[in-house]
Design a protein around this ligand. Sequence first.
Ligand SMILES: Cc1ncc(COP(=O)(O)O)c(C=O)c1O
Length: 389
Amino acid sequence: MGQYTNLFVPSFETDQDEEVERKTEMQTLNGGGGGVWRFKGNKAAKEAASVSMKGILSRAVANYLNSDLPHKLKSDDIFMTIGCCQGIETMIQVLSSPKSNILLSSLVYPLYHSYAIHDLVEIRKYELLPDQDWEIDLQSVEAIADHNTVAMVICNPHNPCGNVYTYHHLKKVAEMARKLGIMVISDEVFKETIYGKNPFVPMGIFASIIPVVTLGSISKGWLVPGWRIGWMAMNDPSNVFKTTGVVESIKHLLNISPDPSTILQFALPNILEKTKKDYFEKKNLTLSQNVDMMFDALKEIPCLVCPKKPESCTSLVTKLDLSLLEDITDDVDFCMKLAREENLVLLPGEVFGKNNWVRISIGVERSMLQDVFVRLKDFFTRHIKSQTT
Ligand SMILES: Cc1ncc(COP(=O)(O)O)c(C=O)c1O
């Protein structure tokens, strides 16, 4: 029995509950001193709470993910979370133990950093190869891992780099993780935001090689970042997560935190089952046109070098060539001055763990992107080193 068993609230009615309810009913009618009390709690909340959506939800998520998977997920392989963020938080808490370390990519969604720091899990960074489609440098993974390494986090499609890993590369990642005896946490929150040549391959396909936790949500694919509902999927046909206590630990952690809002729980099965393909295609076409426009426009701003045109996600990362600029010290200085002078906010690479890179968001209207280009060009013209003009 787990430590937090006392926190479970039964979602079903017992004989005892009915007995208590009958007594309360009588007391209400009779009143404290024999008269009639005029107040009585209504039952609306009880009825809402007694409808357990969890089974329906997990089945809907499993069905949604299973279309791409050889080892089919069952509903008890799915845990619902308050957005993908809670999946990240939960997995890092689950893995936290004295001396444990996790492997993150050199450019990484910053919440992984924050939660690892908060939960005292040591962070080790592996390299990505911008000239090779941002693939993972597997040698760098092997070089930093040791017997205290517990997991490797991959992000596919990758935010912020905008690449989509191939089947062959992911297989090599799985084999490497197997050799190291670690799990793979695969952040697939951008799986519906792909507009390039590489098709999406879920890491769960390799679950027979290595146990994989897939993290996802509706925030990106459906463009609803405020709708806080997501999932964690245990791709684990060999039951490694059960035998190592990972599943139990996840259950305990989720039992002491709130669930996604009831409205979203009810909406999710329809969202996952009924969204038509052309909804994603239309959205992704717009993003791809935005990327084309910005990628070409950047050729006129040589201090921002984009090594690879993104094929997914909603941003474009560029290396900042400081040697072309007169009075800019680093990415943060660049972004601060740009915000002050042009009222334009780009994200400095420091946020993603890579100094002297800059991220430009392309998930906006085309006219806005054209304006971004004009402001960037004006800024560059003002700060360019005199001998380079
Ligand atoms: C790679 C990645 N993972 C997770 C998240 C968080 O997703 P959610 O909004 O569903 O919590 C984001 C949000 O930007 C992200 O980029």
